[in-house]
Ligand binder design. Structure first.
Ligand SMILES: [Zn+2]
Length: 271
């Protein structure tokens, strides 16, 4: 098996995975979406809200703000033995919002959510998310409690946005049949093919979606496109809550724990 990183930015990653069956690649993708934990606001204590927005809607909007997640310092509430309704320092982070509009209209942004000094790492990923607009004289004052959770519980805890995998194409050009007409090059909107020395050649195979437009456009049947065996292109973007590499690593850890659990249960079968 081989994994090659073909693209990496601060919040996205693209991989080429070879030698792994489709089911396992899909399991990693699904675990990244639904089971890798991240932080999100889950409880809100509203002290004052004289804005036009109902408390429930305000709390819902706060829940959907992606938060920078510190997986090493926090545990999930169900794994913490504190038993406190609002959690303890190990299982929740507090953010405070206290904004009032004086003489003019004031928009409350995610940057107004101030992290508690005891857990300064947990804060909104972006400072520019509008939460509510206040008319002169209106005020919002609240305490928000963020916890670790998973996409299985609610989409607000999903650490990834785009997350997909697809087949990698295996493109064969029969050079003896290709007359270099260039129709296949023109028909491919992803620019997978180009003419090299008067012959069509694959130059950007990872972009191929196996649509077979090039095959249909060739009057001499000089192109064959089929999926490569057990080779997949995987691409995912995070909400900014966790670095993409960490999301991938956590998904592998979870998959490994599931496999170990399965094996240990299987060991007891028939005894
Ligand atoms: Zn706790």
């Amino acid at each position: 098996m081989s994994v090659e990183i073909v693209e990496k930015t601060g919040d996205s990653m693209a991989l080429v995975i070879r030698g792994l069956p489709l089911g396992l690649v899909n399991a990693i993708r699904r675990i990244m979406i639904a089971e890798v934990p991240s932080m999100a606001i889950d409880d809100v204590l509203i002290v004052e809200n004289s804005s036009f927005m109902y408390d429930e809607v305000l709390a819902h909007r706060l829940g959907l703000i992606p938060l920078v997640t510190d997986l090493d310092s926090f545990v999930k509430p169900e794994d913490c033995g504190c038993g406190e309704p609002l959690g303890c320092g190990r299982c929740r982070a507090v953010l405070v919002l206290d904004v009032g509009a004086e003489d003019s209209v004031r928009v409350v942004y995610s940057s107004d959510l101030k992290p508690d000094p005891s857990n300064p790492t947990v804060k909104p990923v972006s400072p520019n998310i509008p939460i509510v607009k206040l008319a002169p004289g209106q005020r919002v004052k609240l305490e928000a409690y963020a916890r670790l959770g998973t996409g299985l519980q609610h989409a607000k805890w999903q650490p990834v946005t785009v997350c997909y995998h697809r087949y990698i194409a295996s493109i064969t050009i029969h050079r003896d049949r290709c007359d270099g007409c260039g129709r296949c090059v023109d028909v491919c909107y992803r620019r997978v093919l180009a003419l090299r020395d008067g012959i069509a050649s694959p130059v950007n195979v990872l972009e191929c979606t196996l649509c077979n437009d090039c095959v249909a456009s060739c009057p001499r049947a000089a192109i064959e496109v089929k999926p490569e065996n057990d080779a997949y292109y995987m691409r995912f973007e995070t909400t900014g809550s966790l670095p993409p590499q960490r999301v991938f690593e956590e998904a592998l850890k979870i998959l490994k724990a599931k496999a170990s659990d399965f094996l240990s249960k299987l060991g007891g079968v028939g005894r």
